[in-house]
Design a protein around this ligand. Structure first.
Ligand code: WTA
Length: 658
């Protein structure tokens, strides 16, 4: 059973977790979803999803819910036509909610902007007119390399309005990472800003774009938002200021209507090889599942709730649960530009109190950081408005879950531990607040309309108490429609492992407890999860070996109390240089090199210079053994090593150098 090494002990601890927290009668009575939804969806899945699709405005009604005849390429709501941006903006204004706040934007230095749905309609229309003027039309790609500014939302929705695909690249990625993504998607326009505020200081961003676009033949324009006012270098052939191009546009723009399967966006994510995959999502099915899940998982009441998802817009959580889900549902939400400890460690709670946030969605790694800072910090703020708390990105340990409930949720707020992926588009497994008796650490149950299985290596389902691999055995509306430009990789990555059964292989290990609740156990492939971000071991290895001094590199994810996993690299330097003395300098240079190649998030926590790497006779690196070293454990079974003395050499080298 290929289970993530070192998870077994944790698993036993997890499975001894027997506390449950049933919803209060009061919460249950007002909840958006009820237990009957599970039965209804099970009785007729397609009818259930057809009902969910009626949350949207369709210009043309679909005539078939699902066409799976070209599996694994799905078509949902076949024949239907809609405009995604119209659904997220205009229809709320037309329904009389133009004065409702769509976005309470809070800048890191304390500046703020209040954007109503009517404002949003004007801003998105102007941005769409500007992009059209720059030659962007249906099917074109636009790269968005922006931090958490309202313009990121305007840009995404403007693309949707025009039928252009956005490819948002996380602002923490390097110039090199941006360049390869822009080129893979052949983006026509890049939208960026001069800089962003991080930890109290303006940090340049445009410089990375300048570097990237030296080698991006498809790019015709770079649109630059002014945020920090810092000096930037200017490329007059490409660059244009946002305020010069967008501000003069008309506030009216008539949205076109597009097929339900019209592509909406590409979002790159790490795979098991070095090359990131451009995950492709389309319109009608994605928006249906985004709206449905945001409504039932957070129990959203659009006219009274204030919702806040702390994710960055550069990740899928920002796409589905900052932009598309909440706006399709007409929610009021907070968007915050900065870091949680600027200018002080109570910043999030200050924002919750300021706006009366009632629904709060964050990552386990952030919760563990708050725990480290201490419960006395949130205790200084009025958090009484919070009524649902969510987590996403990695398994949450029961201790963090309990702390979250106790110190943030006042001991009463239901917690929703939501499992999903860039590829699934929206939440798949989660408790329903007001319905599910929650269990700390378990994501528990597939949502109504979603079907999952835990299977063994042969694809046979395991029963209660059994562990194995998580698969999705039935198509779902928000599912990816492929990998941009690489159908073959799409089939191989997700559909080849259980081709016979036709299951989607998620890449995660999972287990059922005796009650039949699901526990997610982390990745079973070579993808690490660092602070909820997916980074492949191969990607970091290729960055390391691209440095002059490195002969060979192996990277593992070692468990880390705050970030979930930390990146630990083992490198062999060329000519044996710097094995002991001089190693520190080499290591610092390598960490910087990885940050430059991929981005600061991929910087190894630790780099160990070693004389050899443990390999099997067929030359495969045995990461399991390296993980033992990285986690300071006794080294496991070395009998399959080609040279069994290698681990001794590694240990001896590390002891002398420390
Ligand atoms: C992990 C983020 C356990 C999992 C939305 C998955 C989780 C990967 C959970 C996707 C959770 C996400 N419990 N593990 N609640 N949520 N994961 O594409 O390994 O950035 O495969 O999407 O994160 O990461 P991605």
């Amino acid at each position: 059973m290929s289970q993530p090494d070192g998870q077994n002990n944790t698993l036993d601890n997890l499975l001894s977790e027997s506390r449950t927290f049933p919803p209060s009668a009061e919460f249950a009575a007002q909840a958006n979803a009820t237990a009957e939804w599970y039965d209804q969806a099970a009785a007729d899945r397609e009818a259930f999803w057809a009902d969910q699709a009626s949350r949207l405005h369709w210009d043309t009604q679909w005539d078939q819910v699902l066409d799976w005849s070209q599996a694994p390429f799905a078509k949902w709501f076949v024949g239907g036509r809609l405009n995604v941006a119209y659904n997220c903006v205009d229809r709320h204004v037309e329904a009389g909610h133009g004065d409702r706040v769509a976005i309470h934007w809070e800048g890191e230095p304390g500046d703020s902007r209040r954007i109503t749905y009517a404002d949003l309609q004007r801003e998105v229309s102007k941005t769409a007119n500007a992009l059209a003027e720059l030659g962007v039309g249906s099917g074109d790609r636009v790269a968005i390399y922006l931090p958490m500014l309202p313009e990121a939302v305007f840009s995404m929705l403007a693309c949707a309005r025009l039928g252009a695909l956005h490819s948002v690249v996380f602002g923490g990625f390097s110039a090199e990472a941006l360049r390869s993504r822009v080129n893979d998607a052949e983006a026509k326009v890049v939208i960026t800003c001069d800089g962003q505020y991080r930890r109290g200081k303006p940090m340049p961003l445009k410089a990375n774009v300048d570097e990237a676009v030296k080698d991006t033949p498809s790019v015709e324009h770079v649109l630059v938002v002014q945020r920090t006012g810092e000096d930037v270098s200017w490329n007059s052939g490409l660059d244009m200021w946002w305020h010069e191009v967008v501000d003069r546009q008309s506030e009216n723009h008539t949205p076109e209507t597009f097929d339900s399967e019209h592509p909406l966006f590409i979002l790159y994510t790490s795979g098991t090889t070095g090359k990131p995959k451009g995950i492709l999502h389309t319109s009608g099915g994605f928006l249906t599942q985004a709206a449905y899940t945001h409504d039932v998982v957070f129990d959203l009441k659009p006219d009274s709730d204030v919702y806040w998802c702390t994710a960055d817009i550069g990740w899928v959580t920002g796409h589905t649960y900052i932009v598309y889900g909440p706006l399709a549902n007409g929610a009021s939400q907070v968007i915050y530009e900065g870091t949680p400890n600027t200018p002080h460690e109570g910043r999030h709670w200050e924002i919750v109190a300021k706006y009366g946030v009632s629904l709060y969605y964050t990552a386990p790694t952030t919760i563990r950081t708050f725990m480290k800072w201490g419960a006395d910090i949130p205790a200084q703020y009025d958090l009484s408005t919070l009524r649902v708390l969510g987590t996403v990105g990695e398994p949450i340990n029961p201790e963090a879950w309990m702390w979250y409930r106790e110190h943030i949720g006042g001991g009463t707020a239901p917690i929703v531990d939501t499992w999903w992926q860039t590829e699934t588009g929206a939440i798949m497994i989660s408790p329903l607040p007001g319905v599910t008796a929650a269990k700390p650490g378990s994501a528990q149950t597939p949502l109504p309309g979603i079907s999952v299985k835990v299977v063994d290596e042969n694809g046979t389902e395991v029963g209660a108490g059994g562990g194995g691999l998580l698969v999705l055995d039935k198509p779902w509306p928000g599912m990816l429609r492929g990998i941009w430009g690489d159908d073959q990789r799409y089939r191989e990555t997700y559909w080849s492992r259980f081709a016979e059964q036709g299951y989607y292989f998620a890449g995660d290990g999972a287990k059922y407890d005796e009650d039949g609740d699901l526990w997610l156990l982390g990745r079973v492939d070579d993808v690490m999860n660092v602070s909820g971000h997916r980074i492949s071991t191969t990607e970091v290895e290729s960055a390391l070996v691209s440095h002059d001094t490195v002969a060979e590199a192996a990277v593992v994810g070692a468990s880390d109390p705050t970030t979930g996993e930390g990146i630990v690299a083992f490198v062999i330097l060329r000519g044996g240089a710097g094995e002991q003395a001089g190693g520190d300098q080499a290591v610092t240079a390598l960490r910087e090199h990885v940050a430059r190649e991929i981005g600061p998030i991929a910087k190894p926590r630790q780099i160990m210079v070693v004389p050899e790497l443990p390999k099997t006779r067929s030359g495969k690196i045995m990461r399991r053994l390296l993980r033992d070293v990285a986690e300071n454990r006794e080294i496991g079974d070395v009998s399959t090593l080609a040279d069994s003395s290698v681990m001794d050499q590694i240990s001896a080298g590390l002891n002398t150098s420390s």
